[in-house]
Design a protein around this ligand. Structure first.
Ligand SMILES: Nc1nc2c(c(=O)[nH]1)N[C@H]1C(S)=C(S)[C@@H](COP(=O)(O)OP(=O)(O)OC[C@H]3O[C@@H](n4cnc5c(=O)[nH]c(N)nc54)[C@H](O)[C@@H]3O)O[C@H]1N2
Ligand SMILES: Nc1nc2c(c(=O)[nH]1)N[C@H]1C(S)=C(S)[C@@H](COP(=O)(O)OP(=O)(O)OC[C@H]3O[C@@H](n4cnc5c(=O)[nH]c(N)nc54)[C@H](O)[C@@H]3O)O[C@H]1N2
Ligand SMILES: [Mo]
Length: 762
C-alpha cells in the first residue's frame, strides 16, 4: 500500500494529509506552524456520516413543495439520481421566483464553510442566486453584530477597519503596561481563522508581552480565558454585567479626578451627557464602584483601585467578541470606548481600546490586508435583507415590520430557503423556535457533506465535497501565506463540488453561461490565479505554487495597516473622524434620534433579560462559548471532538459548589433546562469557573428525541434566547441565558446525532 501526502488548508490551520488513496491515514501539522490545532485530526472521519447521494424528504418527493412541513426532520429521505434532484430543484426555484418573486428565496446562507478561495460555498451560492434573479440576503454576522453596528456610530470607522487599526501584539509588547481584558483572550479561539492561517502565533505573542512585563487582567466568568503563561490576575465577573463594571471604573476615574478632561474636550463629543449619567444627575443613580459591585460581584475596592492603576499606566482595554453577544451588547463596546476615552490614550501606541484579540488567530496580527484571488459574486437585484440572526423572525413574521439601525424594515414572505456552507441548527439560538419557524417555507434546500441537523431538516439535500476532495488555492487576506490545497481523495459517494451543482442548476435556469463563463472548476482556479498573478507578478505562478505547496509573503510586500485613529490624534481638526461631529461620539445624536428605548444616545446599563441578578426559577447563567475541539459544528463526528465528550455528550463545566448543591460529581449525566428547551450533558467540575455560572460549548449536532424534546448530544442552543441585542443592531444574544441543571433520571437515550437517517430507494 503506498501512501501519499497532500498539503491542505483549513479554517484551523494547514496540514499535510496522508492517504492510502481511499482513507485518510494520518494528519500531520504544517511544518512551519509552531502551535498547530488538534482539530485537524478529526478529518480522518471524512468518510463518516456522509450524504452519499442526493436525497429528498419523502413527503416532498411524493406530494411536492409544502407537503407535511411539520414532518421535516422526522421523515425518511428518498435517494435519487443527480439528474432527478437537479430537475426537481430547478423547477421549484423557477416556480418560486415566477410566482412570488426572488425576494421569496432566502439565500443568506450564513456560515463558515471551508477554507479555499474558489470553492468557498458562500461565494458560490451567492453568485448562483444572483445569476437567477437574486435573493433575500443577510447582513452582519453572529460573531460581532452589535460591534459592527455600534462602531461606525462611535468612531466613524467600520468595525473591521477599527480592528485593523487597534494596537497589534508587537505594539502591545513594546508599549503597553497593562492590558485590562473583558472576556479574556481565549487561546483555543485563536486556533481558528476565517479562510485559514499558516502559523498559530497568539501564544508566542502573548509570551512576548509577558517577557516585556506587560500585566494582564482577565475580567471574565472563566479563568481559562487567559493562558497561564501571562499569569493574569483573574477578576471573576458575572456574565452580561460588563457595561456596569465599565461604568463603575469610569465613575471611579471621574470622582478621583483621574480622567483626561483635555482628551474628552478635544477629541470627543457628548462628555457632558455621559458625565451627568455617571454622576447620576440624569437618572438618580450614580454609577459608583459599589453600584457596579452589586451588579457584577466584583469587590468595589478592586474596581476603584483598578481604575487608578489604569489611569497611571499605558493601558489597553480589550473586549472579546463574546461580551457583545448579549442582551444590549452594543453598550459593552460603546462603554469600553468611552472608558478608553476617559483614560485619554486612544491613538497612542499600545493604549486605547481594542476588540476581539484572540477571537480568531489574525486579530492583532499586524499584517496589512493583501489581495488574493477571489470569485466575483455578481449583483443582487433584490434589496430585501435581514440582520443575520433574525432568521426565525423572518420565517415567522413575513410581512411584518421591525427596527434596525434607524431603519424600519419589513420581513418578506419566504417560500424557499437555500443553504450551502453554514449550519443554522448549529448557529441559531432557541432551536426549538427555529424548528417551528422552519415549518413555514414550501421548500428547504441544502448542500452538505454530512448528515448533520441542517441536512436532516431540509427537503432537498445535495451531497457536497469537502476541501479534501478538490483542488483550490487557500489563504486569508490578513495572513502572510498562500497555499495550494491539493485534492487528497476522490469525492466520497456521489458528492459534487458546490460549483458543479450550481453550474448544472444555472444551465437549467437559463443563466449557465453567466454563472460558468464556460469554465470548469479547475479552469476557474487557473483563471482567477492568473488574473491575480498579473497584478502581483512577484508571487509564484500557479505552477510554482503547486510544486512548492505554499508561499510565505515577505513582510515588506504587505502594505502597512491604515492609521486614521493615529492621524486623528495628531490633528483632530485636519483629520476628523467620519462621525457626524468628526469626533469620538460618547453621545450620538443619530442614535438618540432613533428613539429606541433599548439603545439610548449614550452608553448605559440596562438590565439584561436574564442574568444572575434576576435568576429565580433558573439559577445558573450558561455561557455557551466556542468549542476547543471543533470549529462550531464542523467535524463533530471526528476524533478530536469525540474525545472531548463523555458517552457521546458534551461536558458542562460547573463550579464545585454548584455541583455539590445538586449532589453531582464528575461524569454524571445531567439534564440542563429552562422554559425554551432541555439537553443532556456530562458534568465536569472545574475550579476555573465562577460560582453560579455553567459553561457548555457550542457545536454538538442537535439531536432531539422528538420535536421540541430533549437534545441528547448537548447542543446549548436549545436553551439560548432568540431576541436581538436591541433595535439598533438586532444581533444574537446567545450569552444571555439562565438554566437549571439536574441529575438525569430514567433510561438514558442513546445519542443518534451522527447516525444517517432512514434512506429509501426511489
Ligand atoms: N450558543 C451560541 N451559539 C452560537 C455562538 C455562540 O457563541 N453561542 N457563536 C455564533 C458564531 S460567532 C458563529 S460564527 C456561528 C457559526 O455557525 P456556522 O458557521 O453556521 O457553523 P459551522 O458548523 O461552521 O457550519 C458550516 C457548515 O458548512 C458545511 N461545509 C463545510 N465546507 C463546506 C463546503 O465546501 N460546501 C458546503 N456545501 N458545505 C460545507 C459544514 O459541514 C457545516 O455544516 O455560530 C453562532 N452560534
Ligand atoms: N476552537 C475554536 N475557535 C474558534 C471558534 C470555534 O468554533 N472553535 N469559532 C470562531 C468564531 S466564529 C468566533 S466569532 C470567535 C469568538 O470569539 P469569542 O466571542 O471571544 O469566543 P467565546 O468562546 O464565545 O467567548 C470567550 C469567552 O468570553 C467569556 N464570556 C462570555 N460571556 C461573557 C460576559 O458576559 N462577560 C465577560 N467578561 N466574559 C464573557 C467566556 O468566559 C468565554 O470563554 O471564536 C473563533 N474561534
Ligand atoms: Mo463567529
Amino acid at each position: 500500500m503506498t501512501t501519499r501526502r497532500h498539503l491542505t488548508l483549513t479554517n484551523w490551520g494547514a496540514y499535510e494529509v496522508e492517504t492510502d488513496g481511499h482513507d485518510i491515514t494520518a494528519v500531520h501539522p504544517f511544518a512551519k506552524d509552531p502551535d498547530p490545532s488538534p482539530i485537524g485530526q478529526s478529518m480522518k472521519a471524512v468518510r463518516q456520516s456522509r450524504v452519499m447521494r442526493p436525497a429528498i424528504r419523502e413527503s416532498w418527493f411524493r406530494d411536492g413543495p409544502g407537503s407535511n412541513t411539520d414532518r421535516r426532520g422526522q421523515e425518511p429521505f428518498v435517494e435519487v439520481e443527480w439528474e432527478v434532484a437537479l430537475d426537481l430543484l430547478a423547477s421549484e426555484l423557477d416556480r418560486v421566483r415566477t410566482q412570488y418573486g426572488n425576494q421569496a428565496i432566502f439565500g443568506g446562507s450564513y456560515g463558515w464553510a471551508s477554507a479555499g478561495r474558489f470553492h468557498h460555498a458562500q461565494s458560490q451560492i451567492h453568485r448562483f442566486l444572483n445569476s437567477v434573479g437574486g435573493y433575500t440576503y443577510s447582513v452582519d454576522d453572529y460573531s460581532i453584530a452589535a460591534g459592527h453596528v455600534i462602531t461606525p456610530h462611535v468612531f466613524g470607522l467600520s468595525f473591521d477597519d477599527y480592528s485593523d487599526e487597534q494596537p497589534h501584539f508587537t505594539e502591545i509588547a513594546d508599549n503597553s503596561d497593562l492590558v485590562v481584558s473583558f472576556g479574556g483572550l481565549a487561546i483555543k479561539n485563536s486556533q481558528v481563522n476565517y479562510g485559514g492561517q499558516g502559523r498559530h502565533m497568539v501564544s508566542a505573542r502573548l509570551e512576548a508581552c509577558r517577557d516585556r512585563d506587560v500585566r494582564f487582567i482577565n475580567l471574565s466568568p472563566l479563568r481559562g480565558d487567559m493562558i497561564d503563561a501571562v499569569d493574569a490576575e483573574w477578576i471573576p465577573t458575572r456574565p452580561s454585567t460588563d457595561t456596569a463594571v465599565l461604568l463603575g471604573l469610569a465613575h471611579s476615574l471621574l470622582v478621583a479626578g483621574d480622567h483626561d478632561e483635555e482628551f474628552l474636550e478635544t477629541y470627543c463629543t457628548g462628555w457632558d451627557r455621559l458625565r451627568s449619567y455617571l454622576l447620576g444627575e440624569s437618572d438618580d443613580t450614580p454609577k459608583t464602584a459599589e453600584w457596579a459591585s452589586h451588579i457584577s460581584g466584583i469587590d468595589p475596592d478592586r474596581i476603584r483601585s483598578l481604575a487608578g492603576e489604569m489611569a497611571r499606566a499605558r493601558t489597553l482595554v480589550t473586549v472579546s467578541w463574546s461580551v457583545q453577544r448579549t442582551d444590549h451588547g452594543e453598550q459593552t463596546y460603546w462603554m469600553a470606548s468611552a472608558l478608553a476615552a476617559m483614560l485619554g490614550q486612544i491613538g497612542l501606541p499600545g493604549g486605547g481600546v481594542g476588540f476581539g484579540y484572540g477571537a480568531v488567530g489574525l486579530v492583532g496580527h499586524g499584517v496589512g490586508y493583501h489581495e488574493l484571488p477571489r470569485l466575483g459574486q455578481g449583483k443582487n437585484p433584490v434589496k430585501n435583507y435581514i440582520p443575520v440572526a433574525r432568521i426565525s423572525d423572518l420565517l415567522l413574521f413575513g410581512g411584518e415590520e421591525y427596527d434596525y439601525n434607524g431603519k424600519r424594515l419589513t420581513y418578506p414572505e419566504t417560500h424557499l430557503v437555500y443553504w450551502a456552507g453554514g449550519n443554522p441548527f448549529h448557529h441559531h439560538q432557541d432551536l426549538n423556535r427555529l424548528a417551528r419557524a422552519w415549518q413555514k417555507p414550501d421548500t428547504i434546500v441544502c448542500h452538505e457533506p454530512f448528515w448533520n441537523p441542517l441536512a436532516r431538516y431540509s427537503d432537498i439535500v445535495l451531497p457536497a465535497t469537502t476541501p479534501l476532495e478538490r483542488n483550490d488555492v487557500g489563504g486569508s487576506g490578513m495572513d502572510d501565506f498562500v497555499f495550494w490545497m491539493e485534492k487528497v481523495i476522490d469525492p466520497v459517494g456521489e458528492a459534487r463540488n458546490d460549483y458543479d451543482i450550481f453550474s448544472d442548476l444555472a444551465h437549467r435556469l437559463g443563466s449557465g453561461e453567466e454563472f460558468t463563463q464556460g469554465r470548469t472548476a479547475d479552469e476557474w482556479l487557473e483563471h482567477l490565479y492568473e488574473r491575480f498573478h498579473s497584478r502581483h507578478s512577484d508571487y509564484p505562478d500557479l505552477g510554482e505554487l503547486k510544486r512548492s505547496g505554499h508561499f510565505q509573503i515577505p513582510e515588506e510586500w504587505i502594505p502597512p495597516l491604515p492609521s486614521q485613529i493615529v492621524a486623528f490624534r495628531k490633528d483632530p481638526v485636519g483629520s476628523p473622524l467620519n462621525t457626524p461631529s468628526g469626533r469620538i461620539e460618547l453621545f450620538s445624536e443619530t442614535i438618540a434620534s432613533f428613539g429606541y428605548s433599548d439603545c439610548p444616545g449614550h452608553p448605559a446599563w440596562m438590565e439584561p433579560a436574564e442574568w444572575l441578578g434576576n435568576a429565580d426559577t433558573y439559577p445558573l447563567h450558561m455561557i455557551s462559548n466556542q468549542p476547543k475541539t471543533r470549529l462550531h459544528s464542523q467535524w463533530d463526528h471526528g476524533e478530536t471532538s469525540l474525545n472531548g465528550k463523555i458517552e457521546g455528550r458534551e461536558q458542562i463545566g460547573m463550579a464545585g459548589a454548584d455541583a455539590a448543591a445538586r449532589d453531582l460529581t464528575n461524569g454524571d449525566l445531567v439534564r440542563v433546562f429552562n422554559d425554551r428547551g432541555a439537553c443532556m450533558a456530562a458534568v465536569a467540575i472545574r475550579d476555573d469557573l465562577m460560582e453560579g455560572v455553567v459553561q457548555l460549548p457550542t457545536g454538538a449536532w442537535w439531536d432531539p428525541v422528538e420535536p421540541g424534546g430533549l437534545c441528547r448530544s448537548g447542543n446549548p442552543n436549545v436553551l439560548t434566547r432568540d431576541v436581538g441585542t436591541s433595535s439598533l443592531a438586532q444581533g444574537p444574544t446567545a450569552q444571555t441565558c439562565l438554566v437549571e441543571v439536574e441529575r438525569f433520571v430514567g433510561e438514558v437515550p442513546p445519542v443518534r446525532a451522527h447516525v444517517t437517517p432512514v434512506l429509501l430507494a426511489e
